[in-house]
Design a protein around this ligand. Sequence first.
Ligand code: ADP
Ligand code: MG
Length: 771
Amino acid sequence: MSAHSSEVKVFVRTRPTACFAQDLIEYLPDKQTVNVRHRRESRKGVVNNQMSSWSFKLDGVMHNMSQEEVYQSVAHSVVLRALEGYNGTIMCFGQTGAGKTYTMTGATESYQQRGIIPRALQEVFYEVEQRVDHTFSVFLSFLEIYNETLVDLLASIKRGRAVQGGALTIVEDPGGGVSVKGLTLHPVHNEEEAFNLLFEGEMNRIIGEHALNKNSSRSHCIFTIHIESRSRTLSDAPYVTSKLNLVDLAGSERLSKTGSEGQVQREALYINRSLSFLEQAIIALTDRRREHVPFRQSKLTHSLKDSLGGNCNTVLVANIYGEAAQIEETLSTLRFATRMKCVRTQPSINEHIDPALQVRRLQKEIQLLKQELSLHDTLANRAVVPNESLSDRQVDEIKSQVQRYLAGTLDEIMIVSIRQIQEMFTQFKKAVQEQEQKVKEQLSQKYSLVEKSENSIQSSTAAAAKEPVGAVGSVGEVESGFGLGLAAPSQKHTQASSPNKSKGKKIKENSRKDVAQTSGPAEGVTVNQRETDALTPNCEPEDLEAPPVDQEEHKKKIDSPPCKFEAFEDFKLGRGSEINRILKENKSVLLERMDQLHKLTQAINSCKRDIDHMSSELQLCREQRQSQGQFVGEKGEPVLEEAELILLVGLREKKDQYRQSYEELLSTKAEVRYCQHLVDQCRIRLLTEFESWYNESFLLPEEVQTIFSEGGPIRPGLIPVDKALNLEADEQEQFQRLRTELLAEGPSAVSFYNAHNRTVQRRQQANSSQS
Ligand code: ADP
Ligand code: MG
């Protein structure tokens, strides 16, 4: 389908007259230019003799031209292009009597003077006969628009088929075209049949004129030749259709000039209106900035919508009556013609593809491609690949292959066909989506839990910080110093875990890291992380992959001692499990007490605020009372207002409440301190026992162990572990100091001496039992 922009072609044709206004109208030799001179109208009584002149350049001036010449200049090419599938429109415009009907239809009684319509019909059938490689179907319709009413001038002939039944209405086709619903289309096979219809229509027009007392020059007539052409040789080639509109417009003379009355005036009104709408539509069409063109304002413009601004080859013949008396109408017609010349259309072939034909063509193409494919398979020595869509069973098989491949039980998937590859991608996509969903769920579960525990820790810390009287230990303090000699990279532990769980583990480790970041220095991160988990009942580290207890023995046998971090985890699950459990329990009690303390603090603060508020109100009442004069009782004692009394009573109650809560706060603080003490003790015991166990199990050579077991030297000033566990508060301080001293000797000093002490102690116990 080709489309290029094209201007509307505009010609001027003059009706021959003996009184041609030679001094006013001048045709230049280029046969395209008309110059018009005109004396300006006298307005408001002022006579204006000034002459004005206009020059109109058009596509051709047809002066004293025969009907044949006019046809050749105006219509010939449009008709030929209509046979190729382009729509065409030829319109005659001008005042009544200027020769529009003569140009369009001609004299029906004279063959020589026949107009464009009969000549076009002749040419169409001549071409139909010449173009033997195509079959043509030709239909005719004849529409009259009279006083905004659509009339089918060929309705009297029964042979035609209507474009849908019912009253005549203009409808817009989805492709942008316009058709008249209800208008009959008459098939014609030769020019004679076509002439019959043309004359029948003309006759109906004249009969209507008499019966309704209407004037033929006051109606617009659209004679349309509908052409459909199909290739005889290419059965699956697209077919083309076109419409050739031959339009005889009503007279364009102005109302004032005709002096019409009654019905004639009404007719003239309709004509003027529709022509003025035609002019408006054309002005809008020439203005490229305008998006809307008012085609629907009149039946004429609406029915010509696709002929004026559409995909049509459009030609206008401006008929003028070159007498001096008609000079104003001539000027107005030429102005309209010039405007029309600026309208651009986009002529394009109306190609259609028969859907059934297209299906057949595509089927044939698929068949050919399949053959081509199997030929390639044969040449490449490949098994013939099925091209049909996959069955449910095949899809299931691909799904299972993909799952096995992802699980690692299938090494590779054989590529069989494009369809199989596509299905494989679909299954991979599904697997990824499912995995994403799972991870998302795990993540949201984990994050909400971690945040919760984090919040609870923070709120406890905040509560403790806000306490009004004397700070008690916070969780932060509880954690401090707990990383003693145990900092091991958390990643190492992660690496030690099984690969299958690696993804979930990473997330959990990350979340733990978040907690660690809020809880203290990096040095103690690892242990703090562990302990934070322990503090959070829901975050029990089921994923820490602690080695089972039965591995303890195995570990002892290895030459190099295990990392302390891992050993500590093992210890907590094995030998130290009891003390670890007690530590956890103590911690949870501590947390609970701290929470209680926090709530109490809040309650006291709120109570304090109430007391302050009531006191200030009371003060205000007192001041008011004093300023207004003091009421006194019989004995001279001051009398209080009711509001003041209520405030006083309330204040007293609040103060009582405050005192009570404060006492409670003090006792809870004591409890917190005690719990914290217990937690600290448990922690020390866990650590010291771990150190002893570690040394015993991995570090001390057998002979050293034996020496110690036989009663080696005890470092002076060292307090045995078990004793340390029973120390009172002041002794605890001393113990801590000693431990710090030992640490200064070297990282293994504490462990060493602990082990030593333990051995000594065991010996002592054995001795005492023997004795
Ligand atoms: P319109 O349709 O514009 O009202 P017509 O076509 O009816 O005008 O013409 C009015 C009269 O002028 C008719 O009798 C017609 O035969 C005659 N006439 C118009 N143009 C020509 C022409 N070019 N040559 C000969 N006669 C003409
Ligand atoms: Mg006419």
